[in-house]
Write a protein that binds this ligand. Sequence first.
Ligand SMILES: *Cc1c(COP(=O)(O)O)cnc(C)c1O
Length: 389
Amino acid sequence: MRTPALTTRLRPFTATIFAEITELARKTGAVNLGQGFPDTDGPESMLRVAQEAIANGVNQYSPGMGEPELRAAISEHRAARYGIEHRPEDEVLVTCGATEALTAALIALVEPGDEVVLIEPYYDSYPVAIAMAGGVRRTVALRQGEDHRFELDLDALRATVGPQTRALVLNSPHNPTGTVFTDAELAAIAEVCRENDVIAITDEVYEHLLYDGLEHHPLATLPGMAERTLSISSAGKTFNATGWKIGWVCGPAELVGAVRAAKQFMTFVGGAPFQPAVAHALRNELDWAEQLRQNMQRKRDRLAEGLTDAGFDVLHSEGTYFICADVRPLGFDDGEQLCRSLPERIGLAAIPVQVFCDNPEPAKHLVRFAYCKKDEVLDEAVRRLHKLR
Ligand SMILES: *Cc1c(COP(=O)(O)O)cnc(C)c1O
């Protein structure tokens, strides 16, 4: 056999630190604040609708665009919450999670050699999807501002996006930093997209998880953006159902049709019995999602306080499941080295932020912790972190 088996375009992405740290955590029985999944279930009525769907024979392929009932619920949700209208027939596509929506969008829209702009640190699947599409990745940095918030480098944004750019991926609220992009940052992103005829692909999976009174403003609501934006979200983070992999993408019919063309031959469809359950949740369980949001804000505060007490310099998390901390006050200077040693040293798993970057240097001292965990798990994690002093 020709060696190595894996193509050059995917070879850079094989050894993930996620896998390494997850394995170390498993071996050592560490408290895992590395991976971002909740350790409690979603709304009971949603779980019941899925169980009934399975019992009642909703077990075969759904229509290619997704169950009409779910597409209608997604469309109603976007209209009620953000005032954006998407025709359920051809402007809403149900996908196997937000991940498939993103990958299918990039494969559908990017020609080999086209540039795709990411904001770094970036979610780990984005660069791989660009590589699968044969695109060229360019990044713009989020910088640590004075007030413990990350800010978008607007000059770098304007210097990076140009006529050679096909698409820009925006994730707000942002994993791994917890940043919610400001209206000024969104306006600057919209401006460079309009000026350079760039398609925006927005990852809005944390659209319900913003804290301290902040509101989610989809990029598609900005002037001239609805016609060039694919808005992606998913039930995973909103309804504690990350294993269901029910996601969706909304946008103009031509763009959504392009995503469908790619998606059709990736998975065709998926998760038939979960689709009516997510439709039910979008229509009836938004109060539950609001409770989750309030709980998550309390958990953020709990972990932020614990990390501060343990000696970290904690950055501000305005949304998501995640908070970042500077490890230098504890005498460390490399987050990756520290994270590799934490499971054995104190029985804890966390993720270094530099692994989400092309240019790791500015993020070298940062570690990401997930707070979407039971209070006792967070407290135990903090107890262990105190041993680092
Ligand atoms: C969790 C997550 C996803 C994955 O969503 P799925 O619906 O599980 O595919 C995508 N983007 C970001 C930023 C995430 O944190």
